[in-house]
Design a binder for this molecule. Structure first.
Ligand SMILES: *Cc1c(COP(=O)(O)O)cnc(C)c1O
Length: 356
């Protein structure tokens, strides 16, 4: 239905030989998918072309007013060599929600799927196969009008680039230390917290540097109004396992609705876990730690799947969670979800899209 012309590169790059050294987001494949948009015309010229730089006018809207959105997902190689995606249409649907809020045009999800599929066919050999590795996929949309006036651009570019990425956990699930940011906030209700837009990340960089300086790997954001309620961490949603419930903050507009978050909620419920989406203050968490009610805490996101929290610092106090180790439920959710993503476990939810 969608005919995507493919121009293959005449100069393929050497592929990384040692998959244990892939890291994240530094190596890019041979091709990219592009389509362009003009007001009144819609999306046009969907194509797969050799990977390479864009030429941009210095006055381009995206460079000044950050009219930009992106997505993040992965392509997994199964043991039988085949490739598969995890809930990719949910990523494109979320991109459309981001687009609406940022005054940008929506994409046709099936056209984006056709473009992604054509790209992955061209770059199939770039999907690594060592355990825990994957091909990270970055769909992006930028405003390309050349003008300094502040209004919605009339032209846009949507593109997808891919980067082979290493195993997030080289030596098994490793708990992280997290710093609760007491002052700076990431997003407010009515703002753009629920969108995947670059500006949200730009605004988080200072807090990240402060946390790192204090010896913590990630920042936990509190709500922008009262500075009490737990929102999310860096690029992950948060879960707290209390004795009687697995609790995660509700999607009220200021946090990003993670696809991993949604998958964890559904998976945990299918395991008989009582999952509650409700607001939780950082004081609640510290109290529960003291009373022994807090058993586990972890972040969820595409990159790490789940990331156990071993230490949590708030103002001048630090608590240790699960004895600084990985909790049983955290491990079980990680094993089950990655098992589905790599095609080693059954997929009762219909989340996987096989490419062959
Ligand atoms: C991408 C992202 C997440 C996680 O979303 P997934 O779909 O699970 O990868 C969480 N928070 C923020 C701010 C994000 O940008």
């Amino acid at each position: 239905m969608y005919d995507i012309p493919v121009t293959l590169t005449s100069a393929p790059k050497p592929k990384p030989q040692d998959e244990s050294k892939l890291g994240f987001g530094q190596i890019f494949t041979d091709h990219m998918f592009i389509m362009d948009y003009a007001l009144g015309r819609g999306w046009f010229d969907a194509r797969v072309v050799p990977y390479g730089p864009f030429t941009m006018d210095p006055a381009c809207t995206v460079l000044h007013y950050a009219q930009e959105i992106f997505e993040g997902m992965k392509c997994y190689r199964r043991k039988d060599g085949g490739l598969q995606l995890f809930r990719p249409r949910d990523n494109f649907a979320r991109m459309n929600r981001s687009a609406v809020r940022m005054g940008m045009p929506e994409i046709d999800i099936e056209e984006a799927m056709a473009g992604l599929t054509a790209l992955l066919r061209a770059d199939a050999d770039w999907v690594p196969s060592a355990p825990g590795t994957s091909l990270y996929i970055r769909p992006t949309m930028i405003a390309t009008d050349v003008m300094l006036g502040v209004h919605a651009s009339h032209t846009y570019r949507f593109y997808i680039i891919c980067s082979p990425s290493g195993a997030y956990y080289a030596k098994g699930l490793a708990p992280v230390g997290i710093y609760v940011e007491p002052e700076l906030v990431r997003a407010v209700r009515g703002g753009v917290g629920f969108t995947k837009t670059g500006g949200n990340y730009a605004a988080s960089i200072l807090a990240g540097a402060i946390a790192e300086e204090k010896g913590y790997e990630q920042v936990l954001w509190l709500d922008g109004k009262e500075n009490r309620y737990i929102e999310e961490v860096g690029s992950m949603n948060m879960f707290f396992k209390f004795k009687d419930a697995l609790i995660t903050p509700p999607l009220l507009g200021s946090i990003l609705g993670g696809i991993t978050r949604d998958s964890i909620i559904k998976l945990a419920r299918s395991m008989g876990v009582n999952v509650e989406e409700r607001r939780l203050t950082v004081q609640d968490v510290f109290d529960a730690s003291e009373s022994g009610d807090l058993e586990e805490a972890f972040g969820s996101g595409t990159a790490a799947v789940v990331s156990p929290v071993g230490r949590l610092c708030w103002k001048d106090r630090e608590i240790e969670i699960s004895g600084g180790k990985i909790g049983a439920l955290t491990q079980k959710l990680y094993d089950t979800l990655t098992g589905i993503q790599y095609g080693e476990r059954e997929d009762p939810f219909g989340w996987v899209v096989r490419l062959d």
